[in-house]
Design a protein around this ligand. Sequence first.
Ligand code: SF4
Length: 455
Amino acid sequence: MYQSCNSVETEEEQCSEPPGILAVAQPGYRPKSPPSKPKASSNWNDWKWQIKNRIRTFDQLVSFLPGLAGKTELQQVIQKYPMAVTPYYASLIQRPDISDPVFMMSVPQTEELFNPVCLSEDPLEEHKDMPVPGMVHRYQDRALVIATTTCSCYCRHCTRKRIAGTRECSISVHRLQQITEYLLAHPEISDVIVSGGDPLTMSTDSLEAVLSALRSIPTVQIIRIGTRVPVVLPMRITDELVEMLRRYHPIWINTHFNHPNELTEESMQACAKLADAGIPLGNQSVLLKGINDSPQIIERLCRGLIRNRVRPYYLYQCDLVRGVEHFRTPLSKGIEIMEYMRGRVSGMAIPTFVVDAPHGGGKIPILPNYVISMSPTNTVIRNYEGMMVNYPEPGGIGQQAAEGRELPNPGVWELASGRASIIQPSNTSRGQRRRRLVEKQKTASGFECGSLFDA
Ligand code: SF4
């Protein structure tokens, strides 16, 4: 998952079988409308079939998207950064070009080979926070376990392009034992994130072995799973998997939807199954140029998620990782989106915009500036409309200063010094509603606060 995996580069891992041939692509097919499910295939809803039939090679890609036939340089990209697209996720491509968000997130681009000097393979310096190979211990009370390097789809914007899919391996018994010992020796770690790669690409039994080992540690309170499976392989959320997961509660799942086009009936059913099993769902999106770097797209995404019981959790600024320069947006874009969302969308549906700091500094929230000015007695803050108010500090000094000294045309200093308490923009929709309400109260006899409740 995004912000999740690390290297488990040892000889001890168990590699999965090589991927199978592409079965979904029909020669000459152009996905103007969603690709049809393979003829006579009753396997579409079989997640193992989906994994086996991922688009993995340039030839397979071209047979699915013939328009890319001349782009042989993509082979170089695929060699450096592996490609995998499940037939299901490929079917969400509506236009075979960079105007399509699913195409952009799944089909390699030559831009991945362009790397300004500010980018690096491991900008978060995760390897320096890895006391046991396959486990990151960065924050005091949390640790992250790399359960696999396999994903069902290899996102072109992945922050761990150096690892994801270079080998498709799962954690070994020996490595899991080492991690368990570390966690036992560090009781301050109460929250463990199982990540990768994508842990839900593992067999149910293999994943259960990891969860069982973690749950056996008395000091581990919360287990979280980071996965993009509900987005790219929703048929993996089987009854069998859900039944297994609920045995290890409290389990939380963070998924990775980036665009409203990913909110399909199938993906929402997958989320519903998890939520019905009592698993709280969060979503971690990445801000991606040309894909979701628009306030309205993020609004649609977040509204769709919350409607389906998935809480928007983080909106990540793209990391300074090699191969993703073409996806990076200026920080100001994220701030603009946050500015748009606040006040317009319920706080429940607003993710925290964060930069995962280079050099392993961890997540830093970035917000529009809501603090306008300060004095020892008052802090001036603003809301989404541009209304400014003073917040009197405790002790009554500021409050006393404001009382009885309202000025007709206050400036910020008058608020900060307690001489006035509000600067209100005229004609906001909220202001209009209030005025209408006052008029109504004047004309409607008997309507007062005291009459809110029937006698
Ligand atoms: S699911 Fe995508 S973002 Fe997550 S680890 Fe795999 S390739 Fe990277």
